[in-house]
Ligand binder design. Structure first.
Ligand SMILES: NC(=O)c1ccc[n+]([C@@H]2O[C@H](COP(=O)([O-])OP(=O)(O)OC[C@H]3O[C@@H](n4cnc5c(N)ncnc54)[C@H](OP(=O)(O)O)[C@@H]3O)[C@@H](O)[C@H]2O)c1
Length: 323
């Protein structure tokens, strides 16, 4: 095929949708090679994470401007093939803000990305492990910044085996908090102890929300707000990042205990918040302090299967796609 200027068009393999829909709407095929605009680098993709938000964008549950065809995904680690900004060819970089608000996602062999959205990956950090922590870690860092976590505070994390919960535990422990974390497998409980959680709760047994909590982060969205608010210490903060249904707020307990409920969506974080989080992600990755449990590494051609694994609840850990 000929390009507008008369030259041959090159293609990249990509996982994309024409319209929002079920996982079956994902196609794997050739799209024209991404043309970098001003200030954009071309990155050769090494690993792409599959996050819940990717399934929401794909299905249309999260309404956001999408180019058509739309290449799915949000987080990527790759190597700069065509330099831009201060980046050099051959450098390993990551981005975690692709695939929404008019930007293409990264589930393709190559992707054009504005250089100011790219961060150098620290030396020696491998791509699959790194891409698996990006979404959870930026969520944890910005969320804990919003609630002003201080050393010595008691932080309760429910669903601590998941991407967000795992990152909240690791970041809060690193900040000197006393972390109480839940999980429902021996492997996950052992991981939480290894990461330094002061108390771990096995939710396969009888359990209840701990009391006297300063920061309450239920990554599953299952604990009723009434239970969360009444378990808080005075001036406690309940972080809400996931919720399945309407949930009445216990206003009386809220003001009598000086408790705040902080709703937070990563996609709305400011550029400055994202930049601060990116610096922290890199510091923690370089120090070996951020780990995710990776359940499946699949070829990009299996992107539809990856979405089905997540949506069916079968992926007990992160799903990562590689070219
Ligand atoms: N607002 C935001 O900015 C933001 C950002 C990121 C994510 N989120 C949302 O946050 C939620 C978590 O995301 P994630 O990436 O961490 O998901 P994830 O990796 O799938 O983790 C989900 C966690 O919830 C646990 N869980 C699920 N159902 C449970 C149940 N019935 N009882 C006990 N534990 C249960 C899972 O335990 P197992 O490991 O044992 O299955 C796992 O620990 C999703 O709803 C996502 O959309 C919001």
């Amino acid at each position: 095929m000929l390009a507008k200027g008369g030259g041959e068009i090159d293609f990249v393999w990509a996982a994309y949708i024409e319209e929002p829909g079920p996982a079956e709407a994902i196609r794997y095929g050739e799209l024209p090679e991404p043309e970098p605009g001003a200030g954009e680098a071309v990155v050769r993709t090494e690993a792409v994470a599959v996050n819940w938000v990717d399934t929401f964008v794909r299905s249309g549950k999260y309404r956001t401007e999408l180019p058509r065809p739309f290449v799915i995904g949000r987080d990527v680690v790759g190597v700069v093939e065509r330099a831009a900004g201060g980046l050099r060819e051959g450098e390993r970089v990551w981005a975690s803000t692709l695939g929404y608000a008019g930007r293409q996602g990264p589930t393709a062999e190559r992707v054009a990305v504005s250089a100011d959205r790219l961060h150098r990956l620290p030396e020696g950090v491998e791509p699959v492990g790194a891409v698996a922590v990006l979404h959870g870690a930026t969520t944890a860092l910005i969320g804990l910044e919003r609630v002003g976590l201080s050393a010595g505070e008691r932080v309760f994390v429910h669903g601590a085996s998941g991407a967000v919960g795992s990152a909240v535990v690791q970041v809060a422990v690193e900040r000197g908090a006393h972390v109480v974390a839940t999980a429902r497998s021996d492997e996950a409980l052992a991981r939480l102890r290894r990461w330094g959680a002061a108390e771990v709760v096995d939710t396969r047994e009888q359990w209840s929300s701990p009391v006297g909590v300063d920061v309450h982060w239920d990554a599953t969205g299952a604990i009723p707000l009434a239970e969360a608010v009444t378990s808080m210490a005075s001036r406690g903060r309940v972080v809400v990042t996931a919720r399945r249904e309407e949930d009445p707020v216990p206003a009386f307990d809220l003001y009598l205990r000086d408790v705040s409920i902080v709703g937070f969506t990563l996609s709305h974080a400011s550029h400055e918040e994202q930049a601060r989080a990116a610096r922290e992600v890199n510091r923690l990755l370089a120090e070996g302090r951020l780990e995710a449990s990776v359940a499946h590494v699949l070829p990009m051609a299996d992107a539809a299967r990856a979405h089905r694994l997540l949506e069916s609840g079968q992926a007990r850990g992160k799903v990562v796609l590689v070219p």
